[in-house]
Design a protein around this ligand. Structure first.
Ligand SMILES: [Zn+2]
Length: 272
């Protein structure tokens, strides 16, 4: 079972020019086929061909840095496709009543999780303004995926992306599952690993990291086998399939690889 915990959907017109340029640079061939792939049937076929069984598809309300892929777009995209798992996006700085909004998105629109972009939406993840969202997510028993570490996009601010801010959140919401997207990429691998070991409810998601480098970034990865989760950050990479194969090639127990590629995510998402 392979679950990709980090997939961006959206049309070229949803993103700022520099985001489109980035995708084009990374994978020119894919970018040419984008319109054929970016629909439910097209993406389902594409992901299956890459070896993915389930994929978390992310909404994105980040008008300053990347653009707006609305919750409505993601909701409609995910309808009727069992392999897609929709995650909502709410910006607590822009949206009123973020908790109420989240409850509605989950209970009425079928969202299975929340994605936060603190360095794009520009707040500290432990700011009180985000707390209504954590509170509601904890009540709804849905996981929250939070961007940590670097980003190439114009306007993003690294100071909000330190995983250590999640220490407060884990303490204040002990029943909330928190997943660090990119596991502190660039500056904070040690911090990400440490707080994931320290807190039962903090997970490391490894999208945007070259699989071959994982043993050097996280020398004791195996000791956190139950908390590491595969993601691709598609379309921001050259090949999902190649990344999956590279994880199989790592010097890890096969049980650890199975956990990273699917089992841990399956438990978090309540999939069978
Ligand atoms: Zn991403």
């Amino acid at each position: 079972m392979i679950i990709d915990f980090h997939v961006h959907i959206g049309k070229q017109e949803h993103w700022h020019p520099w985001v489109n340029e980035h995708f084009k640079d990374l994978n020119p061939k894919l970018y040419e086929q984008f319109d054929d792939i970016m629909n439910p049937d097209g993406l389902e076929a594409y992901l299956k061909e890459q070896g993915v069984d389930f994929a978390v598809l992310l909404a994105e309300n980040s008008p300053i840095t990347t653009g707006i892929v609305s919750n409505e777009f993601v909701r409609d995209f995910c309808k009727k496709k069992d392999m897609f798992v929709p995650f909502a996006s709410i910006d607590p700085k822009i949206h009123d009543h973020p908790g109420k909004r989240l409850k509605k998105l989950v209970e009425e629109d079928g969202f299975k999780g929340l994605k936060l972009y603190p360095s794009y939406q520009q707040y500290h993840p432990n700011d009180e303004l985000v707390y209504p969202l954590y509170e509601e997510a904890q009540d709804l028993r849905i996981p929250v995926l939070i961007h940590t570490g670097s980003s190439v996009f114009k306007g993003s601010r690294m100071k909000f992306a330190n995983p250590l801010f999640l220490d407060d959140v884990a303490v204040d919401f002990p029943d909330l599952n928190i997943i660090m997207a990119h596991s502190g990429r660039g500056l904070w691998y040690k911090e990400a690993y440490f707080i994931s070991k320290r807190h039962e409810n903090i997970y490391m998601e490894i999208s945007g990291l070259p699989p071959k480098k994982l043993p050097s970034y996280f020398p004791k990865l195996e000791e956190n086998a139950d908390k590491v989760i595969f993601g691709s950050d598609w379309p921001g990479l050259s090949s999902i399939k190649a990344n999956i194969e590279a994880i199989y090639d790592l010097p890890l127990k096969s049980s650890t690889v199975e956990k990273i590629l699917g089992q841990n995510a399956m438990t978090l998402l309540g999939l069978k």
